[in-house]
Design a protein around this ligand. Structure first.
Ligand code: ADP
Ligand code: MG
Ligand code: ZN
Length: 601
């Protein structure tokens, strides 16, 4: 069996080996054992159920939360010569009828359904009248309140086990928290399932977390300029931010489209489709954007503000680099983001839980340590490497403050001197030694901590205070957001705990970082003919538009990159390219070989 599944992988998908846990998940499905497979976004979950569906007797039923996701996967499978169909409300009555007939005739290998459609009586009847291989619940975290996309309809999926006894049910998700996992097993009534938990880490993503400057547009444009002609997503907190950033980028000649729930449905859909079809490369969006966007070659994700949880951050950045090629994630945060979220969450039923998640997110921002390690540890996994080589901290882009304990003690003792009754701005004035009206009114120029940090800039002092707050040594209280000392903060005063404090990056350092970045990019593209890559990319976009499918369905960037590296000039050589299976070879081989040949001349 192992041999057969590997052969199928290479024949249909054009891949030569399995990724972590794909083989295990496939064998478990073929063995009719219930499974829960948790792999990160881009980890390759689809293959885990598409492949066994293809080689099993009968039809597999795939439950998926979004119509656009279903459509893309069905297009993708059809393009590989695999009989897949979907049934959902977007089809005309006639088209639905055709699919039902195909299902009855037993010619469909994979049927995609929304959870609400599955629960209809006539769907259950239809499914009972044919031979089924197994059920798949994709994006299974939607079943759990602990996930971040709870869907009421998913709750009914427990009925599958009652209605269809003896048929395997297999759940897939990228959300690795224990609570979600437990919910999935319980809600779906899974029978002592095999559970495979892949590595949550996304080694090809480089994370950079920076304080937002007063000129966030400049920070955003900087990132875009590092990725000319490459696709990226810019996430904003509010619709108004989306509109304003989108317009400003347009004014700078950077073609982009906005996306948020306030736009008319038709326009929103059109913008998403244009992004998927590669007619536009930059999308400025609220977090409403993303679910259902499978464009695998997103090269950067920018957060113009801090998300409300690590789960959200992981999911949103997870949309970058699904093809496994390097991608950049930039987060521009400010302490104000924390307070905006705190305000927005004030009436929510799960307020306590959400605030804990929010604090973890803020801590992530202001804690200078390996970002990969923080994320992996957050999801209760071990992180092995000491240097990830793919975050601002490990790349040496973060400069650590020389004496964090002393800085911490100076600031915290100043908080004590003003009796925990003042905000961060006033505190920094006192520490800097500014004789402001407020300072003199309270007589704070007479404190022993007055001008204790006069050698530093006020901006530096503020940044240190933010880090101490985010790391839980200080805390903001009440409507005036006065700063108070926590138990951990007292430990700093005693010298038994040491904060981790970074300095702000200065211009000199920025140049150095930029130089290193260019060297890395050159290494990534070693031997690849970039002009040819662009030509191939344009061809792919054209083909995708003609077929009315997203570009990645034709070929992934990784495949194009491999083509531009190996430059095959015969059909046989073409078949060796990464991600080229039999049907792709037949459909596109001659065309691409011709392009490569004429480019070579
Ligand atoms: P997920 O659903 O886990 O987020 P996908 O199933 O969309 O991920 O897969 C992400 C990308 O990885 C796709 O482009 C897919 O074709 C590719 N992929 C999957 N399995 C393999 C493999 N064994 N070798 C190479 N690429 C793979
Ligand atoms: Mg998926
Ligand atoms: Zn790191």
């Amino acid at each position: 069996m192992k041999h057969k599944i590997l052969e199928t992988l290479s024949q249909y998908w054009g891949y030569t080996s399995f990724r972590l846990f794909q083989e295990e998940a496939i064998l478990s499905i073929l063995d009719d054992k219930d499974t829960v497979t948790i792999l990160p976004t881009g980890g390759g979950k689809s293959v885990c159920f598409q492949l066994p569906a293809l080689i099993s007797d009968g039809m597999a039923v795939i439950i998926s939360p979004l119509i656009s996701l279903m459509k893309d996967q069905v297009d993708y499978l059809k393009d590989m010569g695999i009989a897949a169909e979907c049934l959902n409300s977007s089809l005309t009555v006639k088209a639905r009828q055709t699919v039902v007939e195909k299902v009855r005739a037993g010619t469909v290998k994979l049927l995609y359904l929304s959870p609400e459609r599955l629960m209809l009586d006539h769907t259950v009847e239809l499914l009972k009248s044919v031979k089924l291989s197994f059920f798949v619940i994709d994006e299974a975290h939607c079943i759990s309140h602990w996930g971040h996309n709870f869907r009421e309809e998913y709750r009914q999926l427990g009925l599958i086990k009652q209605e269809f006894k003896n048929i395997g049910v297999h759940a897939f998700t990228a959300t690795a928290t224990v609570a979600v996992q437990k919910d999935i097993v319980e809600q779906l009534n899974l029978d002592t399932p095999h559970i495979y938990i892949g590595n949550i880490d996304r080694p090809n993503l480089t994370y950079r977390i920076l304080p937002r400057s007063g000129h966030v547009l400049g920070q955003i444009v900087d990132v875009i300029n590092k990725h000319p002609r490459e696709p990226g997503i810019i996430y904003c907190l509010r619709r108004t931010d989306v509109d304003s950033i989108s317009q400003k980028l347009t004014a700078l000649g950077l073609r982009n489209l906005p996306y948020h729930a306030g736009l008319p449905d038709a326009e929103r859909k059109k913008n998403q489709d244009e992004f998927s079809a590669e007619s536009v490369d930059i999308i400025v969006a609220t977090i409403a954007f993303g679910m259902g966007v499978d464009r695998s070659n997103i090269r950067y994700v920018i957060h113009a503000a801090m998300p409300k949880s690590i789960e959200h951050y992981q999911q949103e950045t997870g949309r970058a680099g699904r093809d496994g090629l390097p991608a950049d994630c930039y987060l521009f945060y400010s302490g104000g983001d924390y307070r905006i979220w705190e305000f927005m969450l004030r009436d929510s039923a799960d307020r306590e839980v959400l605030l804990v998640k929010l604090s973890a997110m803020y801590n992530f921002c202001v804690r200078p340590e390996c970002r990969h390690r923080y994320l992996v540890t957050y999801f209760a996994q071990e992180y092995g490497a000491t240097n990830c080589g793919a975050c601002d901290y490990c790349l040496g882009e973060v400069e650590m403050a020389e004496d964090p304990l002393l800085i911490g003690q100076k600031i915290i003792s100043c908080v004590a001197r003003v009796q925990e009754r003042f905000g961060a701005d006033h505190l920094s004035d006192v520490l800097k030694g500014n004789r402001t009206a407020a300072v003199e009114r309270w007589g704070h120029e007479k404190l022993s901590t007055f001008a204790l940090m006069s050698a530093e800039t006020k901006v530096f002092i503020r940044f240190m205070i933010e880090q101490l707050v985010g790391q839980g040594f200080l805390r903001r209280e009440g409507e005036f957001m006065t700063i108070a000392i926590t138990a951990a903060g007292h430990n700093v005063l005693k010298g038994t705990e040491v904060p981790r404090l970074a300095k702000l990056v200065v211009a000199e350092k920025k140049k150095d970082i930029e130089k290193k970045r260019r060297v890395r990019r050159t290494q990534d593209w070693e031997g690849v003919d970039e002009t040819l890559f662009d030509i191939l990319r344009a061809k792919r976009a054209e083909l995708a538009r003609k077929k009315g499918v997203p570009a990645y369905i034709v070929f992934s960037d990784k495949t194009l990159k491999d083509m531009a590296l190996t430059k095959p000039t015969t059909i046989d050589q073409f078949a060796q390219v990464f991600g080229v299976g039999a049907s792709k070879q037949k459909e596109y081989g001659a065309l691409f070989v011709d392009i490569i040949k004429s480019h070579k001349q």
